[in-house]
Design a protein around this ligand. Structure first.
Ligand code: ZN
Length: 287
């Protein structure tokens, strides 16, 4: 069932677990994630970056594919299609295409401009029953050349953005996209606690879920994190499983060249990671 992410995250916030956002890249990923959610009776958020949306043939294609699957696979658990790190224009076009949730990432603007643009997005979202994620304190990543600690958000700026009426808030607390460097100093729980206190009840979002040690994940959930983004890990296991298929020469045996056979191990690898994360986040049987 396609829903916005607001209610599922408020329930998670209240009951002390987190909902996973798993980014999708194609049909196999989408099906693997949706089916795993259904099998484990878990809510789920499908993350779509602007680049992945373009890759899959556009936002409308993504919405059509997901809606078709929800119907034909008899999916009854809550599923949201969420734009990940959307630009201002990207968020507007995703909403127009039928996304049930969008992130407007205005973290690279000055706080005042971030506020004005976030308000514009919220207005359109409210008219269409769409949830909105905003970001304060940009989250680092390898692509930005960041090593060591990621940026840490200012709790007062978090409150300003939370008070605008967003459904969820991403705040940098030392988390990083992609693989974590060896000298990473860990999550800043003092700041997370301050953000939780000052934004009372707002579901918080943890980006860069790949590579954060399990005990840190659990502690962040206890401090108000209700949505955790997982992307890199699915990419790594998918590619690894696919590589092994070729290394073992399975493509040369019988009809091993059939693309459905080639992609099957990667599909299963994604399912395994998604289930493992749902167990860690505590979202199983919470649909
Ligand atoms: Zn992110």
């Amino acid at each position: 069932m396609l829903v916005n992410a607001k209610e599922m995250l408020l329930k998670a916030r209240e009951e002390g677990y987190a909902v996973g956002q798993f980014n999708i890249n194609n049909l196999e990923w989408t099906k693997a994630i949706i089916e795993t959610a259904q099998e484990n009776n878990s809510p789920v958020i499908l993350g779509v970056s602007e680049g992945a949306g373009k890759y899959m043939g556009g936002f409308k294609t993504v919405v059509g594919m997901v809606n078709g699957m929800l119907e034909e696979l008899n999916i009854t658990v809550p599923v949201a299609i969420h734009l990940d790190h959307g630009s201002f224009e990207g968020a507007k076009s995703a909403m127009q295409a039928g996304f049930s949730s969008v992130m407007f990432d205005g973290s690279h603007y000055q706080i005042d401009e971030n506020i004005t643009k976030t308000l514009d997005i919220i207005e359109i979202a409210n008219e269409n029953n769409i949830s909105v994620e905003a970001e304060v304190g940009s989250i680092g990543g390898e692509e930005d050349g960041v090593v060591g600690a990621g940026e840490v958000a200012d709790p007062n700026e978090c409150k300003k953005i939370a008070d605008l009426g967003v459904s969820m808030l991403a705040a940098g607390i030392g988390n990083i996209h992609g693989k974590y460097p060896e000298n990473w100093t860990g999550l800043n729980f003092d700041v997370l606690k301050q953000i939780q206190d000052i934004t009372s009840g707002m579901p918080l979002v943890l980006h860069g879920g790949t590579g954060i040690p399990n005990d840190m994940v659990t502690e962040s959930i206890s401090l108000g994190v209700s949505k955790i983004n997982v992307n890199t890990e699915c990419q790594i296991v998918f590619t690894e499983a696919t590589r092994i298929y070729f290394e073992e020469g399975k493509d040369k045996v019988g009809k091993g060249f059939d693309p459905r056979k080639v992609l099957a191990p990667g599909y299963q690898a994604i399912k395994d990671v998604v289930k493992e994360k749902m167990e860690l986040f505590g979202s199983i049987n919470k649909a």
